[in-house]
Design a protein around this ligand. Structure first.
Ligand code: NAD
Length: 482
């Protein structure tokens, strides 16, 4: 018997304000990674389904852009209130399909609701300006307008937050949106669509489709209806979509992979650093793009830090996310297990020290032990490629210059962290780390009111903050002679 509510047992798409079964004929399953149980089965989308969503988004855009910003904001605020009202059921479904502990699933829905509230306000602040003209008979205005229908591709690791950030900003700006959640975790996105529909978003303004990602992304990006691409996911897939977007001269906001460095200086409060970094490392079983992963700890504190970090890692309760006592759930999919093994094979071949973990747990489900590795060279696979799992590599460094140079050596630049009690060191690392988001003495980087985004191969553009609305606006300059 499926633990899902009736309307999610045979999940459908959401097109033009209606729930529609896919007409592509191929059946796929959505699986609980903690138990391996099939939660639901859905039918794939056909070209006809995609075109129906595109037609709806085109009509939805014409209608929605004409709705005053203050009214659009009121609808988004109602949707946020519904998400909070439905928190318990929504969180349970998120945990079932993605695996993260219930407390994290609740937190994710809360930040998603926060983001809708934030953009409900920002909708009213899409200001233009009057530019002093060169002659008395001329008036020059600059106005900001919604860019048009958006194709939004969202990753599985935050099934509410990833699509939610895109929808909130796009709808606040006056755009319509076709969202493609990951094919493995679409149920949470359907709950988002339900909240928005119940809050009064008109038919066609928001549409949700999922299934074969290559087919969907190619058809959506190539359509002349779509004016903007937004993607959250791996650098590999982001690069593919960026090429497709460029072929059609469409702008793309890309939120891609990271491999976050941490610099812990000898003058840091080690207990505080471990207290911040352990939950951040194992959040969503390490499957977050800003997960701290490459730990550079100054020589004088290295042994103490490894010991404290491993002790806290071993103490974590790893189990089914639905169990209220669970602190870390399973990896989201069985395909992540051989990936973790690949990293550990390289660690073992190099003879590095495994301070704890390093293996799949001996039980059913996709559970990997919280793992701490030390004394690993910077050329190891784990130091070069993003593990996207519950693995921390801790290595010593001597000077600030060396730490910065090693932290910046990869082509990624999303999150980065430093722990120090020296103001001078804090200022130098804040300026010197090549990353879009930096936490000094904190591992909390993501809030509705601050921009979230990367540099280098971690992507470009920001979600959240005042920058988040910009991604869905275009600038029009109007010169008017009397
Ligand atoms: P993956 O790259 O195989 O698949 C990730 C997702 O990409 C899938 O859910 C799929 O929907 C989507 N995808 C694949 N091909 C696509 C295409 N042509 N068009 C549109 N979407 C497409 O990786 P995985 O094994 O699921 O996850 C591991 C890697 O993914 C990690 O190394 C990590 O970098 C990355 N990732 C990053 C984020 C993030 O928040 N930045 C989120 C999830 C995954």
């Amino acid at each position: 018997m499926s633990p899902l509510p009736e309307f999610l047992r045979t999940p459908t798409f959401f097109i033009d304000g209606a729930w529609r079964t896919g007409t592509g004929g191929v059946e796929s399953a959505i699986v609980d990674p903690a138990s391996g149980q099939v939660l639901a089965r859905y039918l794939s989308p056909s070209a006809h389904d995609v075109d129906a969503a595109l037609d709806a988004a085109e009509r939805g855009f014409r209608l929605w852009r004409a709705v005053p910003a203050i009214e659009r904001g009121a609808v988004l605020r109602r949707a946020a209130a519904l998400m909070r009202e439905r928190l318990e059921e929504n969180a349970r479904i998120l945990t079932l399909e993605e695996g993260k502990p219930l407390a994290e699933a609740r937190g994710e829905w809360q930040v998603t609701a926060d983001m809708f509230d934030w953009f409900a306000e920002e909708a009213r602040r899409a200001y233009g300006r009057i530019v002093p003209a060169r002659s008395a008979d001329l008036q020059q205005q600059v106005v900001r307008e919604p860019i048009g229908p958006v194709a939004a591709f969202a990753a599985w690791n935050f099934p509410a937050r990833n699509p939610g950030y895109k929808i909130a900003a796009a709808l606040a700006a006056g755009c319509s949106c076709i969202v493609k959640p990951a094919e493995e975790t679409p149920l949470t996105c359907l709950l988002l669509a339900r909240a928005l529909a119940d809050a009064g978003v008109p038919a066609g303004v928001l549409n949700v489709l999922y299934g074969d990602p290559v087919f969907l992304s190619e058809r959506l990006i190539a359509s002349p209806v779509i004016r903007k691409i937004s993607f959250t996911g791996s650098t590999r897939v982001g690069q593919l979509l960026a090429v497709q977007a460029a072929q059609h001269a469409k702008p793309a906001t890309l939120e891609l992979g990271g491999h976050a460095p941490v610099l812990v200086f000898d003058d840091a409060d080690i207990e505080h650093a471990v207290g911040q970094l352990v939950p951040a490392k194992y959040r969503n079983a390490g499957q977050t793009c800003i997960s701290p992963t490459r730990f550079f700890v100054q020589q004088g504190s290295h042994a103490r830090f490894v010991e404290a970090f491993a002790r806290a890692s071993k103490a974590l309760r790893v189990s089914d996310g639905l169990d209220a006592a669970t602190q870390m759930g399973p990896l989201f999919h069985e395909r992540r297990l051989p990936e973790m093994q690949r990293f550990m094979d390289d660690v073992m071949a190099r003879g590095a020290r495994v301070a704890c973990g390093g293996r799949q747990q001996a039980r059913a489900g996709c559970f990997w032990e919280p793992t701490v590795v030390s004394d690993l060279g910077d050329d190891a696979l784990l130091m070069q490629a993003e593990p996207f799992g519950p693995v921390a590599a801790i290595t010593p460094f001597a000077t600030l210059e060396e730490g910065l140079q090693r932290a910046n050596t990869l082509p990624y630049g999303l999150g980065a962290y430093a722990f120090t009690t020296s103001l001078r060191t804090a200022q130098r690392v804040a300026g010197g780390l090549e990353a879009g988001m930096i936490g000094i003495n904190t591992a909390k980087l993501s809030h509705a009111e601050t921009p979230f985004g990367g540099v280098k191969q971690s992507g470009h553009g920001s979600e959240g903050g005042t920058e988040g609305l910009d991604a869905y606006l275009v600038t029009k300059s109007i010169s008017m002679a009397s």
